[in-house]
Design a protein around this ligand. Structure first.
Ligand code: UGY
Ligand code: MN
Length: 265
């Protein structure tokens, strides 16, 4: 496995930048190893670099981020956006998250937060190492039900289930599954070596996929791609998809999926 070249190397580079490139951007999917995604900054975060992994300019109807918050950095003041939901998932480091009406919560790897539309929140790094967080923003699609409440939790508090009955599969639904107030899911998908979907999936829902553990071959459109922890994939609606874990350890990814709403015409 060629490791991710992060932090980005300096000086004289070894050959292979083109030959070893695994990234592809197609009309309805994109596969982007993080080392090629250049950094930016966000106005409402200090001491923070961001890699924007998915955005409308790509074809996505949501935005997804990899945030690296330096010690002492984060939102200098409470931030809120009318009509927009946020979701955060901690990859590494220590921090703190606060939201209107919810108690302040310490963050550690596996902590996550759902921020309802229009809700003010703060996110900060309270540790001595960088706080690495996946972020997601999606415009809320109201349907006449009240908006969901804030959620601050940890993946250890979410049971691993398997509604499919397929051997070697595990699911952790980080947001309440089947609750029609929510218009998206964030799911941890677990695969034992040898597990895969029963068929190639093709569905209207979009995905933002961040590989957390393990490795595998991902089928997108008409091509196979070798992926491993740290990689990101955007799948647009009706992108044919299948996953075969490879290697000897379990594979896991965090998966965004828009659900529970009719097609806008
Ligand atoms: O639920 C899903 O759509 C999921 N099986 N898709 C995926 O992991 N690519
Ligand atoms: Mn799918």
């Amino acid at each position: 496995m060629r490791p991710h070249q992060l932090p980005v190397t300096t000086g004289r580079f070894p050959p292979g930048a083109i030959g070893h490139n695994r990234g592809v951007v197609r009309p309805n999917y994109a596969f982007m190893p993080p080392e090629g995604v250049l950094i930016s900054r966000l106005p409402h975060f200090s001491g923070t670099i961001v890699r924007i992994l998915a955005a409308p300019v790509l074809g996505a109807q949501f935005a997804q981020y990899l945030l690296e918050i330096a010690p002492g950095g984060g939102t200098p003041e409470a931030f809120r956006e009318e009509g927009i939901q946020h979701f955060y998932y901690v990859l590494s480091g220590q921090g703190q998250f606060a939201m209107a009406d919810a108690p302040v919560r310490a963050l550690r790897p596996g902590s996550f937060a759902y921020v309802p539309p229009g809700t003010a929140f703060t996110l900060s790094n309270t540790g001595s190492e960088p706080l690495r967080v996946l972020g997601l923003r999606k415009r809320f699609e109201a349907i006449g039900l009240p908006a969901p409440e804030p959620i601050l939790s940890h993946r250890d508090e979410i049971p691993v289930t398997n509604h499919t009955g397929a051997e070697g599969r595990g699911f952790q639904f980080l947001l309440p599954w089947g609750d029609m107030r929510f218009d998206f899911e964030m799911n941890l998908m677990w695969f034992k070596p040898g597990a895969h979907f029963p068929d190639v999936e093709t569905h209207v829902m979009e995905h933002g996929l961040y590989m957390l553990e393990g490795q595998g071959l991902y089928f997108l459109g008409t091509e196979w791609h070798e992926i491993w922890a740290g990689d990101f994939i955007w799948m647009g609606g009706y992108c044919p998809q299948q996953f075969y874990p490879t290697g000897f350890a379990d594979a896991a990814y965090l998966l965004y999926k828009n659900v529970n709403r009719d097609v806008a015409l």
